[in-house]
Design a protein around this ligand. Sequence first.
Ligand code: URA
Length: 204
Amino acid sequence: MQTKPVNKSGEMKELRNRAESFAALSCEPGSTLVWGEGALDAKIAFVGEAPGDYETRLGRPFVGPAGQLFNRELERAGIDRAEVWISNVVKCRPITISPSGRAVNRAPTRNEVAGWLPYLLEELKIIGPHIIVCLGAIAAMALISRDFAITKQRGQWFDGPLGAKIMATFHPSYILRVTAADGEEQQEAFRTDLAEVKKLSAVS
Ligand code: URA
């Protein structure tokens, strides 16, 4: 029997088009889809929580201050951003309006996570990474277990979706916040986790 040639780019485009329609129905007014980016044959996929202001403006994940910290730490770990896949569980910015009328980030709701999860799983199926890294608790609770405890369980490997190994580490925004207030320990943990990811990627 002949096997169908893999057309990851076409499959991803088709999925993204469907996600655009879902975003048009479900995102906050003014919030637009921020799809994943990177190498379609990536061995490693990083999954964050949801795009913020910079990401929404540029239409790319992890390009604001947290993204810059993430880029520096990837480089330090010897992981090339161009060779990995980077995405989010929720693919448009969850906002709330402050009393002064400004749009401010909020955590995604359970419904938002549940609504976007099938898109994330399909996206990961197309990429087929050997390693999935959850950046923060929202991704870990969506992909590892609902009661995931990030401070206790970060840095541990689990069996993830689609045969991948999966680990959660701290969210880069959290590292930004704590390093501004003496958070060397968390930064070290984040670095250790990325080093472990690099180590496993070399043999998988
Ligand atoms: N935080 C996230 O979780 N994702 C982004 O893309 C940017 C910031």
